[in-house]
Design a binder for this molecule. Structure first.
Ligand SMILES: C[S@@+](CC[C@H](N)C(=O)[O-])C[C@H]1O[C@@H](n2cnc3c(N)ncnc32)[C@H](O)[C@@H]1O
Length: 350
């Protein structure tokens, strides 16, 4: 398995994959280097491993792929022939059906980012060659497995494949979100990304209806409040700091200057979101209280991670949240592209 991650978070992803595989009795080990922005997990049974570790369950992985080949010493005058040869070697009897698409990428590391131009131009050359050789459908088909070529250097690329239902639908695993001119803060992008990646499309209609009610703990200056308001919700925004005045002008937002760890709603709300900068265990406990007491049904919250032992802290906080919520929940957590030293968690009743 080959997974992308935020540069600097390779130890967390490696620990996550190793621990989960060990718990499932699947032998394997993680291989990575600091700041290379990906982790390889080498096991004896790649298919079983991939099934046991679905992308949706992974927290520190931005993308999940199955590696087919590691192509070193590529000749810049013909990188296509070795790729086609490697495909034949990986599938000596031919692929059962052609790939639906090909993405040429590079890891999101400082070292590999300058390869973006090469990836783009090489993709334009590779696509028709793969079609001609029968490895790629004539028209892109997003339902079929996708081929990935990942450049690590001009003469070094990895070949991998992705299942469209078990990975990120964005190149490099990075959703392209633009900061809206009216958004009160850049944090708005975090919640927008969470709604896009943690809440599945078929769930959205049920989870966001006009005039549903939400609380936003640690709301100032109001990015998350603004995102919830744009989903049609009415929001109570809790923060001692000031909110952007236009949020209040909308008539859909009420601002209360209160402590987000003390305040509780007068009646049950549909949603609670929380972006308070606090110790993650304290946040996880408070979030669990909200669910257990029925103060909200659904929640999205951030856990700011300490500098050391981030994987252990993540696991501990999620276990604590699930245990103390005392209700069967669907919980999805991920380090989003817009998350820095933090992860975002979504929970909804099962
Ligand atoms: C990262 S900012 C939130 C940004 C916000 N989500 C946005 O999109 O604009 C964290 C906020 O949490 C607030 N905060 C921290 N501790 C708090 C507490 N105990 N009660 C209420 N707000 C708190 C801070 O005042 C700060 O405005």
């Amino acid at each position: 398995m080959l997974c992308y991650c935020r540069p600097g978070f390779e130890p967390e992803l490696a620990a996550e994959l190793s621990e989960r595989a060990a718990l499932l009795d699947l032998p394997g080990y993680a291989r990575t280097q600091r700041n290379q922005a990906y982790v390889e997990f080498l096991g004896t049974d790649a298919v079983a491993l991939s099934r046991a570790l679905p992308y949706d369950d992974l927290i520190f992985a931005r993308q999940k792929l199955l590696r087919l080949a590691d192509l070193q010493g590529l000749d810049p005058s013909d990188r296509i022939t070795p790729i086609i040869n490697a495909l034949h070697a990986a599938y000596p009897d031919g692929r059962p059906s052609a790939y639906g698409d090909v993405w040429v990428e590079h890891p999101d590391s400082d070292e590999a980012k300058p390869l973006a131009g090469l990836a783009r131009s090489f993709g334009n050359a590779l696509r028709p060659a793969l079609r001609k050789a029968g490895w790629l459908t004539r028209i892109d088909d997003p339902r079929r497995p996708r081929l990935h070529v990942i450049f690590l250097a001009g003469d070094h690329a990895m070949l991998a494949q992705a299942s469209p239902r078990d990975g990120s639908p964005w190149q490099l695993g990075i959703p392209r979100l633009r900061m809206h001119a009216d958004a009160p803060s850049r944090s708005a992008l975090k919640l927008e990304e969470a709604l896009l990646t943690l809440v599945h499309e078929h769930e959205r209609e049920k989870l966001f209806r006009d005039n549903m009610r939400a609380a936003d703990l640690g709301a100032a200056p109001g990015g998350w409040t603004w995102v919830m308001m744009r989903q049609g919700l009415r929001v109570i925004s809790i923060d001692n700091g000031p909110l952007r005045p236009e949020l209040l002008d909308s008539g859909r937002v009420e601002h209360l200057r209160a402590d987000g760890f003390q305040w509780q709603p007068k009646g049950p709300l549909d949603w609670m979101v929380c972006d308070m900068v606090e110790q993650p265990r304290r946040v996880a406990e408070r979030m669990a209280t909200w669910i257990r007491e029925g103060w909200c049904r659904h929640t999205i919250f951030n856990l700011k991670l300490p500098m050391k032992k981030r994987w252990e802290e993540t696991r501990l906080c999620l276990e604590l949240f699930e245990r103390q919520a005392e209700k069967p929940l669907t919980i999805r957590a991920r380090q989003l592209y817009h998350d820095r030293e933090e992860i975002t968690v979504f929970a909804t009743p099962q």
